[in-house]
Design a binder for this molecule. Structure first.
Ligand SMILES: [Zn+2]
Length: 488
């Protein structure tokens, strides 16, 4: 039975879930963090804590050390106030003004056909619990609440780290209860474009629609062999071009530009004499795609239809775009030699569109090392040079958070976990962007890790939190804080 609200008295740890619920009761989509910011400032004032808010809206709260821990080096905790607001089409909720409606189903907490905002309420509620009276040891704390993380780490890039004393930091916007994040990728996006000569021609028009792929977050789901609709579309366009004088007439997609492309609609003009062959080519590739994707994307679907077309890109332009879509990168390029689970470089064409003479695309890359970054860019430049595609300058580049060779905080977190659980915590380099990447760039020597309660489906209406992971992470977190009270 679904329960319409969560009863904080029943969900442990109560001192966290009270804040989780309070956060959910305040609309706080990206750019709309003011009310939540006031709520946090009021909490600081009630508890006599020094707090300051910068012009961007980021808030820094200082919590003095617990008695007896005054000499321990300070620790920074940091999380973002904004959430991604998405809802099902038929949901009337105004997420700018109305709070999400929580639904608890046993161990699962989700929202009613909207995103939940566990990303990053799970982090904030730990920080807010530390602002209230408590009776466990911890070093002096600097709590950094940022704004506009979800629009490309915007808030933290405006924060002045000059006022930060801590040289070690825990982020609760990444990781899992048993996964310690020790690094993350940097990223960059490029807009691509190509102008084509439009030819008026009333040939039969073949439209192929692909949908039902799994898609998902382009960074976090990379390297799982998931099908990309654009990669399939490139192979289709190439196979059709090989028949003869075929012209691209339309290419469109729907959904998020940040995800692995999970759908596409491709139209080409085909001379009447090649119609039957085109049918054969599509049928053959459909079978190949279905076989390839049987394990990863069982929902794969392809449908084709014919009608009458009027115009398309010249044959040479069509050929060039087919080449681009064949050559361009779609997934992981490098993995760590000793830890193959760690992706070191990945890139993909995440979106494309063609209409009336203009092809446009978005290419996004992620990397952990500068040499991989520049190698992928040189390759993109070569592909675009060969196919006459223009690369427009990147706009929202973020640096990597490189895994440190030497990290006392990582070692301490690993040791505490082993002591509590009798097994090792998995260490991971995340292929997504985390605010830590800005922090380590701005504060050289900052020692950072990330872990968090288990939630899934961030940025989607399927976002949900596993309530039974809140208490173990809170226990672990407090054990780490206790350990950090050592003077070293
Ligand atoms: Zn987040």
């Amino acid at each position: 039975m679904a329960e319409r609200c969560i009863c904080p008295a029943e969900v442990a740890p109560r001192e966290l879930m009270r804040h989780f619920e309070a956060i959910c009761a305040i609309p706080h989509g990206t750019g709309n963090e003011q009310t939540l910011g006031r709520h946090i400032l009021a909490l600081a004032e009630q508890n006599d804590l020094a707090a300051q808010q910068d012009a961007a809206g980021n808030i820094l709260v200082r919590v003095p050390a617990a008695a007896g821990c005054e000499d321990a080096p300070p620790l920074l905790l940091q999380g973002h106030m904004d959430m991604v607001c998405v809802k099902e089409e038929d949901v009337a909720l105004d997420m700018d003004r109305e709070p999400v409606r929580l639904i608890r189903e046993g161990n699962i907490l989700r929202a009613d056909r909207t995103s939940l905002g566990a990303d990053n309420a799970v982090g904030l509620c730990h920080m807010m619990a530390l602002m209230e009276p408590h009776d466990f040891p911890h070093p002096p704390l600097e709590l950094l609440f940022t704004v506009e993380e979800e629009s490309g780490l915007v808030g933290i890039q405006q924060f002045d780290f000059g006022c930060i004393q801590a040289r070690r930091a825990i982020n609760m916007d990444c990781g899992d209860p048993d996964v310690l994040v020790i690094g993350a990728a940097g990223g960059e996006k490029f807009r691509l474009s190509r102008c084509c000569t439009v030819v008026e021609r009333s040939d039969p028009r073949l439209t192929v629609t692909i949908w039902g792929l799994l898609g998902g977050h382009a960074g976090l789901e990379a390297g799982k062999n998931r099908g990309s609709a654009l990669e399939l579309g490139g192979r289709l366009l190439d196979a059709l071009c090989r028949l003869g004088d075929v012209r691209l007439s339309r290419l469109e997609m729907s959904g998020s530009r940040r995800n692995i492309p999970d759908n596409l609609c491709l139209s080409v003009l085909v001379p009447r004499t090649l119609q039957a062959k085109a049918d054969d080519v599509v049928a053959e590739l459909d079978q190949i795609f279905a076989d390839e994707l049987a394990q990863t994307d069982p929902g794969y679907q392809l449908e084709k239809s014919w009608d009458q077309g009027a115009q398309g890109a010249a044959a040479a332009d069509t050929r060039a775009l087919a080449d681009l879509m064949l050559l361009i990168l779609y997934d992981v390029q490098r993995r760590h030699a000793a830890h193959p689970a760690w992706i070191q470089a990945a890139a993909l064409l995440s979106w494309a569109d063609y209409r009336e003479g203009l092809w446009e695309g978005e290419f996004s890359l992620r990397y952990n090392r500068e040499e991989y970054h520049s190698a992928m860019i040189r390759r993109l430049e070569a592909i675009c040079r060969l196919t006459d595609v223009t690369i427009h300058p990147a706009n929202d580049a973020t640096p990597p958070w490189p895994a440190a060779e030497d990290s006392p905080l990582r070692d301490l977190c690993a040791a505490v976990f082993r002591r509590l659980n009798g097994r090792d915590m998995v260490q991971e380099i995340e292929n997504g962007s985390v605010e830590q990447s800005i922090m380590v760039r701005e504060v050289p020597g900052m020692d950072c890790v990330g872990f968090a309660p288990k939630s899934r489906g961030a940025h989607t209406t399927a976002e949900h939190l596993y309530l039974d992971t809140m208490q173990p992470v809170w226990d672990y977190f407090r054990a780490v804080l206790r350990e950090l009270c050592q003077k070293t």
